[in-house]
Write a protein that binds this ligand. Structure first.
Ligand code: GUN
Length: 292
């Protein structure tokens, strides 16, 4: 069984990005600049944003984080986005989700200038992705595609099953895996909470992509011998043998799956670092467009 090492792949890509930044600086341009808006105190969102900030620093990007209280009004948040849209010294903007309930995520995402939407969440950019036009691909699906490409997993004509239909991961990943592109050209099945016979459908997959949100739900009984598995889930489960008192697991029961799978992306160290690198790539692309 092959372990798809997202950490290693992402480190190689980061080194290339860092070199490109050096070149930009040598030519007298400023470094790419990613801004993030973080609303409220959600623990997972704070961790993600801190991790994005750290990665920006590693490759020489400028990063700024707008930390706002969860009492903020929709209008105030809209004004912050407008302000960043107009700031020529900022190339990319991400609005960390989820937002507090009183704020419409759709309305705010639509307020982001599509040219700065390095998360690829704006309807214009999602439309372009579906049509196969040049755009910013959402970071997690883009990271998954890049990982499949680097791991040299054959996709053409293969059965790909995606479990989970979220706008951020499952649905866009299903679109990208069915594109006439390499990697792509899969026959894709998108499963969700109302799917019947999930086990039987997963068992057909040559490539199984899990974005379910249930710790260690998928075991060997769902997996065809030799299948490649991409695990997008990330969950803390209690573990008294660890100093921290917890360990990280994915949607996959790794030990069970390893008996039959051909390749697995682990948690941690799989999709997570690839997602961040995809965001950095989008930001670099946005910065290059500014100087063209
Ligand atoms: N929340 C969970 N994943 C993401 C992501 O990729 N981008 C943003 N902005 N928020 C998220």
């Amino acid at each position: 069984m092959k372990i798809i090492d997202g950490k290693e792949i992402s480190n190689n890509i980061k080194a290339k990005i860092a070199k490109e930044v050096e070149e930009m600086l040598k030519k007298g341009h400023r470094a790419p600049h990613l801004a993030a808006i973080l609303v409220g105190e959600d623990g997972a969102s704070q961790t993600y944003v801190a991790s994005k900030e750290k990665s920006c620093k590693e490759v020489g990007f400028i990063s700024s984080v707008y930390r706002l209280p969860d009492t903020i009004t929709e209008n105030e948040l809209l004004n912050t986005i407008k302000f960043i849209n107009e700031d020529e010294d900022i190339d990319g903007l991400i609005l960390q989700l989820p937002l507090p309930k009183h704020i419409s995520e759709n309305k705010l995402i639509e307020a982001i200038k599509p040219e700065k939407d390095v998360d690829g969440f704006h309807p214009v950019n999602i439309g372009k992705m579906v049509l196969g036009q040049e755009t910013y691909l959402p970071a997690t699906p883009a990271g998954i595609i890049e990982m499949i490409s680097h791991a040299k997993i054959e996709t053409e004509g293969k059965e790909c099953v995606v479990v989970g239909r979220s706008n951020i991961v499952g649905r866009p990943t299903s679109v990208l895996m069915s594109r006439d592109f390499k990697p792509g050209n899969c026959t894709v099945t998108l499963c969700h909470s109302k799917t019947k016979n999930l086990r039987e459908i997963c068992k057909r997959a040559d490539i199984l992509i899990l974005a379910i949100g249930k710790p260690e739900m998928i075991d060997e009984t769902y997996i065809k011998k030799g299948a490649s598995i991409i695990d997008v889930g990330i969950h803390r489960v209690e573990d008294s043998t660890k100093k921290s008192g917890f360990r990280l697991v994915g949607d996959l029961n790794y030990e069970s799956a390893a008996k039959v799978a051909g390749a697995i992306s682990p948690v941690p160290g799989g999709v997570g670092p690839m997602t961040i690198v995809a965001l950095l790539q989008n930001t670099l692309k946005a910065a290059k467009k500014q100087i063209q």
